[in-house]
Design a protein around this ligand. Structure first.
Ligand code: ADP
Ligand code: MG
Length: 278
């Protein structure tokens, strides 16, 4: 699905590349988490995958970046729109300002794809129900709370049914219930739906529970890559400033006091933690 080879990207006027020699393959339908400290290049990866780098941010690039059959940096944003969806880090930026209600806002992207009116209506209603936005459908997107705006931003992109869904910290303003809902939707889309999901997320407990794979960025490079359970238990994440799940932290603290043998691998999920402390 995604094939990236030796990809580098420089923002305009920068000597340091924000992405520095990225090699990455992601198969169709994989649910892939991305972690890393501030400034590591996570958002830039999202922009590169969706074509916003270079087509919106400009700058220069080299290497290859393909999504499906599409050569992303050589395609226009218009060509990419229906195929690759990006939910921005700041959902406020995502709201078009061109429409008055949440329902119209979700329809806006679909109108731009040139879909038939009936199909637009069907998808809007389906998405409103899926993201639990029915009660807010007639409200102005600008009159909503941060968390509600975040859900509208996610809904606008989901309605387009992209084959690749890229989300940059989409749950940052959501409470645990809202976060769980988003993860459940992504899980459904990736598993049964065959949508490829690339998710930048700080909430490691949720990645541990739902993601197939975790990729760790540092200084524009991929430094760790593997199954979510393996990477999230790696103590290098501490040095990288990514942190650890609360389950890993609690287990490591107890293990340090020698109550539990060093040979026992550290847990990253609640289930694993229960076993660890048995
Ligand atoms: N619009 C921009 N112009 C110039 N440099 C930028 C821009 N956006 C990000 N950068 C730089 O690119 C690097 C990667 O940033 P970013 O992808 O935002 O990291 P992350 O999302 O992991 O915090 C950082 O050094 C950051 O300062
Ligand atoms: Mg970022």
């Amino acid at each position: 699905m995604i094939r990236i080879k030796d990809f580098c990207y420089w923002y305009p006027g920068q000597d340091q590349p924000a992405l520095d020699g990225i090699d990455l393959e992601i198969p169709e339908g994989q649910f892939c988490g991305v972690v890393g400290p501030n400034g590591a290049g996570k958002s830039t990866l999202c922009y590169a995958l969706s074509g916003f780098a270079p087509h919106f941010f400009h700058g220069t690039w080299e290497g290859e970046l393909q999504v499906g059959k599409r050569d992303v940096p050589r395609s226009t944003l218009g060509e990419l729109a229906g195929e690759i969806g990006l939910v921005f880090q700041n959902s406020f930026n995502q709201i078009s300002g061109a429409r008055f209600t949440v329902r119209e806002e979700i329809a806006f992207g679909l109108e731009n794809l040139g879909l038939k009116r009936k199909e637009i209506e069907r998808r809007v209603e389906e998405t409103l129900a899926l993201i639990d936005l029915e009660a807010l459908a007639e409200r102005s997107p600008f009159a909503l709370s941060g968390g509600q705006q975040q859900r509208v931003a996610i809904a606008s992109i989901l309605a387009m049914q992209p084959k690749l869904l890229v989300l940059d910290e989409p749950t940052s303003q959501l409470d645990p219930r809202g976060t769980q809902e988003v993860f459940k939707i992504l899980d459904k889309l990736a598993g049964r739906g065959g949508t490829t999901v690339v998710l930048v997320e700080h909430k490691l407990e949720w990645l541990a529970a739902f993601a197939d794979r975790v990729i760790t960025f540092s200084q524009g490079r991929i430094v760790l890559d593997g199954s979510a359970k393996k990477i999230l238990a790696d103590e290098k994440l501490l040095k990288l400033g990514v942190g650890q799940t609360q389950f890993t932290q609690a287990a490591a603290a107890v293990q340090k006091k020698k109550f539990i043998p060093r040979s026992r691998p550290l847990p990253v999920t609640l289930k694993q933690a229960q076993k660890f402390f048995e």
